[in-house]
Design a protein around this ligand. Structure first.
Ligand code: NAP
Length: 302
């Protein structure tokens, strides 16, 4: 059996087109567009490239986008004041502080200073709590888990009553996706197990999964014999295992591998996400969706 590939690159294009159309409609009806500010501290090359991509995507879908770059030695107090400024800025619906922050700044304090109604990353404790309660309470599901759920739904995989096993219990992927899949609702209503380094028999748990979501950060952790025939396998892992020269640009690029032995797993699974090109492209896409939702909540049209 060869699994159906769930391609994040294709789903991203569909969703960005949907967002673009909705932004144009809101602009026509209400005379406003969603506003997203990305706050970048210092000149970390990886952070610059993430922020650039976020701003480029925001521009593409018709948002008002602001890139606010600050020096690496900005004080914590000045950064908190900057966040307060955007909390009070009517043209801004989403505030994103690019992580990691310099050592002298308390990351928790900064993230908690963002108005929960503009916290489009979904990391503020208020939004974490809303996600836990579920249903209408949820405003901004964190972007990577939201992208995972969207991929499962758009692939047409049945989630109701499915055995979902999540490998990893991080606050940004494992815990929130497990929480989302157990809620009573569309694209969820599953029976969920979370496994981690304290789990006794990882293989046995994975083998039971109708939907296996792997977010461990360990290349090829999941072996083909751990996968149930026909299962949906979502590989969140992005592991740099070497470097190669890009055929397109002639520049050195990282060789990326997921947490699942893809080549062997695709012969057993029913659905599988590739790395790269699977979950990765969904994160920024869902950030755009959350920013659009933020404006819709404000306008009372969500
Ligand atoms: P993390 O914070 O390091 O958490 C990893 C989790 O996996 C931990 O709960 C850990 O268990 C568990 N784990 C690690 N090794 C394991 C093993 N051998 N057996 C069982 N459990 C194991 O990582 P994360 O932030 O969730 O990210 C996970 C992966 O997803 C990384 O490769 C990351 O790059 C990728 N990622 C991709 C995206 C995207 O594509 N947009 C977004 C976020 C993350 P313990 O809790 O017991 O230590």
């Amino acid at each position: 059996m060869t699994a159906t590939l769930i391609k994040g690159t294709e789903i991203r294009e569909q969703i960005l087109e949907e967002i673009t159309a909705e932004v144009a409609q809101i602009k026509e009806q209400h005379g406003v567009v969603p506003g997203l500010v990305t706050i970048l501290i210092g000149e970390n090359p990886a952070s610059i490239s993430y922020v650039t991509l976020k701003i480029k995507t925001a521009h593409r879908v018709g948002f008002h986008e602001v890139q606010d770059s600050q020096p690496v030695d900005i004080s914590e107090a000045d950064l908190l004041a900057l966040i307060e400024k955007y909390n009070n800025d009517d043209a801004i619906n989403g505030i994103l502080v690019q992580l990691p922050l310099p050592k002298h700044i308390d990351e928790k304090k900064v993230l908690n200073a963002i108005d929960p109604d503009k916290d489009v990353d979904g990391f503020h404790p208020v939004n974490v709590g809303r996600l836990m309660i579920g249903g209408d309470e949820v405003k901004f599901p964190p972007c990577t888990p939201a992208g995972i759920q969207e991929m499962i739904v758009r692939a047409g995989v049945e989630t109701k009553g499915a055995e979902v096993v999540v490998v990893g219990r991080s606050n940004i992927v494992g815990k929130p996706i497990a929480n989302m899949m157990l809620q009573k609702g569309v694209g969820a209503n599953s029976t969920v197990t979370i496994v981690h380094t304290g789990t006794k028999d990882l293989a046995a748990h994975c083998k039971r999964a109708d939907i296996l979501i792997v977010a461990a950060g360990v290349p090829d952790l999941v072996k083909p014999e751990w996968i149930k025939e026909g299962a949906c396998v979502i590989d969140v892992g992005v592991n740099r295992v070497g470097e190669k020269i890009s055929e397109k640009t002639g520049k050195k690029i990282a060789i990326l591998k997921g947490d699942v032995d893809f080549e062997a797993a695709k012969e057993i699974a029913g659905y599988i996400t590739p790395v790269p090109g699977g979950v990765g492209p969904m994160t920024i896409t869902m950030l755009m969706l959350n920013t659009l939702k933020s404006l819709k909540f404000k306008l009372g049209v969500a």
